[in-house]
Design a protein around this ligand. Structure first.
Ligand SMILES: O=C(NCCNC(=O)c1cc(-c2ccc(F)cc2)cc(O)c1O)c1cc(O)ncn1
Ligand SMILES: [Mg+2]
Length: 214
């Protein structure tokens, strides 16, 4: 049977990237998605904005919602200080299997804990099961209709502290209208929109960065 897009993306990494070199893995995926087959990675343009936020926050604890093939996982992990705790959640086991191999090719498997399951089920278990107190940075890139419920869940579970940063992908395309409305009108957040484009296209998209005020 025909291979899947994540499988073809992994093969492009194994063919074109150097083992242990995260930058070459990022470049191999961007080349593949720009010239061979589009895929829903955050991409190089929004990826640079992601990099700048990660570098600015310099987080000790990071949560990523929506691993997909591990592109943003590699982008984030390569910038983390030693000893940082990075948990990434992926719902789809087949996709998670690919992501593990992309992350291993970049040599970053020791910095990342990839957990398979639904975010709504796993978030309430973060403290007891994964020994997390609060997250310094959360990157939201999973199902767009889960951004709002999962943000409320993180608040309720006490996973956000004063100064925690939420960075949300795709707030324009595919769009997360209920999340944007909530986060921009809540007195508990200070938000900023970074205008950009949908990965590998000229379509408008952007990232919403929100600071939790406690
Ligand atoms: O699809 C699951 N996750 C990816 C979420 N991400 C997206 O859907 C996503 C989509 C797009 C996108 C944009 C334009 C377009 F025409 C088509 C797709 C871009 C992005 O940057 C994304 O991040 C998923 C599956 C599953 O079984 N369980 C839990 N999650
Ligand atoms: Mg996305």
């Amino acid at each position: 049977t025909r291979s899947t897009r994540p499988q073809r993306l992994l093969h492009a990494v194994q063919k074109n990237a150097t083992r242990g070199d995260p930058r070459s893995v990022i470049n191999a995926i961007d080349q593949f998605c720009r010239h061979k087959e589009w895929a829903m990675n955050v991409g190089d343009e929004k990826g640079c904005i992601l990099d700048s936020v990660v570098s600015e926050v310099n987080p000790s604890t990071v949560l990523e919602l929506g691993t997909y093939c591990g592109y943003s996982t590699v982008r984030i992990a390569r910038l983390l200080p030693p000893g940082a705790k990075f948990i990434t959640l992926e719902f789809n086991p087949k996709v998670a299997k690919i992501a593990r191999q992309v992350i291993a090719w970049a040599g970053l498997e020791d910095k990342i804990q990839l957990v398979e399951g639904a975010s709504g089920d796993l978030i309430p278990k973060m403290k007891e099961q994964f020994g997390v107190e609060t997250f310094d940075l959360v990157f939201l890139d999973h199902w767009k209709d889960r951004y709002l419920p999962d943000t409320k869940l993180m608040e309720e579970c006490g996973l956000l502290k004063k100064g925690s940063i939420l960075l949300a992908d795709n707030v324009i395309c595919p769009g997360t209208p209920d999340y944007l409305e909530y986060i921009r009108n809540s007195p508990r957040y200070k938000s900023q929109y970074f205008k950009s484009h949908l990965e590998y296209t000229k379509v408008e998209d952007g990232l919403e960065k929100s600071v939790f005020l406690g």
